[in-house]
Write a protein that binds this ligand. Structure first.
Ligand SMILES: [Fe+2]
Length: 130
């Protein structure tokens, strides 16, 4: 496992932490795919990862936003905007260009996913900590 879900990522809210772990799993899957030299054509696997990440973040953000609403979290509006920007980023990935640039596509995907884990989860979601 390359990216480890350590205690400093914990929000203390059980279901949110579980969902964040899943995002770490996806990052690790992407890393394993990137560093796997036995697979020549990674195209379908990359597409799967992108789709998985798109689908999962939508569910996760909805859950997190519902929670923020339920506690009337003060920063819920600016927080929600960060979620929207991340979804936009995921949607802007050009699936047609992936095949010809497989390695770069995984590196790009990992780049902003890991940035998300380290900045958004650690710095923003952790403010929800009880
Ligand atoms: Fe969040």
């Amino acid at each position: 496992m390359h990216y480890e879900f350590t205690d400093d990522y914990l929000t203390g809210i059980e279901f949110i932490d579980q969902e964040h772990k899943k995002l770490f799993d996806i990052a690790n899957e992407a890393y394993d795919l990137l560093t796997n030299n036995f697979i020549n054509d990674k195209y379908d696997r990359i597409l799967n990862l992108v789709v998985e990440l798109r689908e999962y973040t939508i569910i996760h953000f909805a859950d997190e936003e519902k929670y923020m609403e339920s506690i009337q979290y003060l920063h819920r509006f600016s927080h929600k905007i960060e979620h929207m920007k991340f979804v936009e980023k995921l949607n802007s990935i050009n699936l047609e260009k992936i095949d010809a640039n497989q390695k770069d596509s995984i590196i790009d995907l990992l780049g902003f996913l890991v940035e998300w884990l380290q900045n958004h989860i650690k710095k923003k979601d952790c403010r929800l900590r009880k």
